[in-house]
Design a protein around this ligand. Structure first.
Ligand code: FES
Ligand SMILES: [Fe+2]
Length: 414
């Protein structure tokens, strides 16, 4: 039966952990809160070490907390990050997406900086500043950086945060042989600019019920042995792992099984880990896909996709990995653009009639259970001090640590 306006607006008869108030996808105040309480304090992936392979290489990066950063490899080959802001009068130091330079020179008044962030030249320093301003006081603002877990360059704006290893915990342990046995290299990069909330992309990576949208996945995974036994594992800090599957690529017409893999993985094996607050390691045997999110506003996100192989690949191996990657995840592949249609459609509805969003499937933590999303929003709610189903504290508590629906609970479907 179709629902009236009153029915539509009524809170679902579900535990408060099992649905989302859509205002968390559109409210500017909540977005500012996320930037301050989540993104400004957590580790996020800025790029991969192979994107700055030589000394003096740099690239610029828009940090999700709303800061512009420079990622740079020094003469000592160490990768560092800095605010892309001149300490003189606040000009942007570097404009291009990437490049190579021994010094970074601000175009405004020509203050110069080395790749360790030291100020190495102030034009006519003594004539104007006498001894009141010196180079030692004019370095760039350095940002904590660790290269880890497959050579990804993690940055954290919070100088007081724990290490990346503390943050990840055991979430990537099952993938560690594949990630850490030998150096990796990025072979593909593309970016999607989508008018939707960033969390909705991570949701898509955190649930597999939407495999109904993917004909390729239905044929090669859902209809194959083991699919419905895949289980989610939750880790501290909001991370979750999806159980492995061996994919039968040959079940999709025109495809063949993969000839290459990653260290420690069998052919056609699939591993996947979602990291809070919006990074995914997706390893389909021969190629690793890393998703990272750059939210620009509550309803605008840039999603970065990187494809990685082994640095030592022969040209033939690399060509095969690229082909495998593109067949699924390239712009004309059989999977990723369909996921983009999902979050694009959700984005169209944000603020235009979107009601409560359900995360209510319970199937013993198996593949169509929505526990991965619930785990994410439990962490999100704890970090923000707001319930994801009642972000403004308008409802009475239901004993789940957050507010409840106005109606008594019904048992969630099993
Ligand atoms: S603002 Fe950079 S040198 Fe003046
Ligand atoms: Fe998908």
């Amino acid at each position: 039966m179709a629902r009236s306006a009153a029915d539509w607006d009524r809170r679902p008869s579900l535990p408060s952990t099992h649905f989302i108030d859509p205002r968390i996808y559109s409210d500017v105040a909540i977005f500012k809160d996320e930037q301050e309480k989540i993104f400004a304090k957590t580790w996020v992936i800025a790029c991969h070490e192979s994107e700055v392979p030589e000394k003096y290489d740099f690239r610029t990066y828009t940090h999700p907390a709303g800061k512009n950063l420079i990622i740079s490899r020094g003469e000592d080959m160490k990768i560092r990050a800095f605010y892309n802001v001149c300490p003189h009068r606040g000009n942007t130091v570097l404009y291009g997406p990437s490049g190579n330079g021994k010094h970074m020179v601000c175009i405004f008044h020509a203050f110069a900086f080395d790749t360790k962030g030291n100020c190495v030249d102030i034009p006519r320093q003594t004539a104007g500043y006498q001894d009141r301003v010196c180079k030692a006081d004019m370095g760039l603002r350095e940002v904590r950086t660790e290269t880890a877990f497959g050579g990804m360059v993690y940055v954290n704006l919070d100088d007081g945060a724990g290490s990346v290893a503390d943050f990840i915990g055991e979430a990537l342990t099952d993938m560690s042989v594949a990630l850490s046995s030998e150096p990796l290299e990025v072979f593909s990069y593309h970016k999607a600019d989508v008018h939707t909330n960033y969390k909705l992309w991570h949701d898509t990576n955190s649930e597999f019920y939407h495999d109904y949208m993917h004909y390729h996945n239905r044929q090669t995974s859902m209809m194959q042995p083991g699919y419905f036994e895949r289980k989610y594992t939750q880790y501290p800090n909001g991370h979750a792992r999806v159980g492995d599957q061996t994919v039968n690529y040959e079940a999709y017409e025109g495809f063949k099984g993969r000839d290459l893999s990653f260290p420690g993985m069998s052919l056609n094996q699939w591993k996947m880990v979602d990291l809070f607050p919006g990074m995914t390691y997706n390893l389909r045997g021969s190629s690793l896909r890393i998703d990272t999110l750059i939210p620009l506003s509550p309803t605008h996100v840039q999603i970065e996709y990187r494809g990685l192989g082994l640095l030592r690949d022969t040209p033939e191996e690399r060509a095969q990995r690229i082909d495998d990657y593109n067949s699924i995840w390239g712009p004309f592949g059989r999977n990723l653009h369909e996921d983009l249609l999902g979050v694009h459609g959700q984005g169209l509805a944000i603020g235009h009639g979107q009601g409560f969003v359900l995360h209510a499937r319970e199937e013993d933590s198996t593949i169509h259970d929505e526990i991965g999303m619930r785990h994410f929003y439990a962490e999100w709610s704890a970090k923000l001090g707001r319930s994801s189903s009642d972000p403004y504290g308008e409802q009475p508590s239901d004993g789940n640590g957050s507010a409840s629906g106005a109606q008594p609970h019904l048992a969630a479907a099993h």
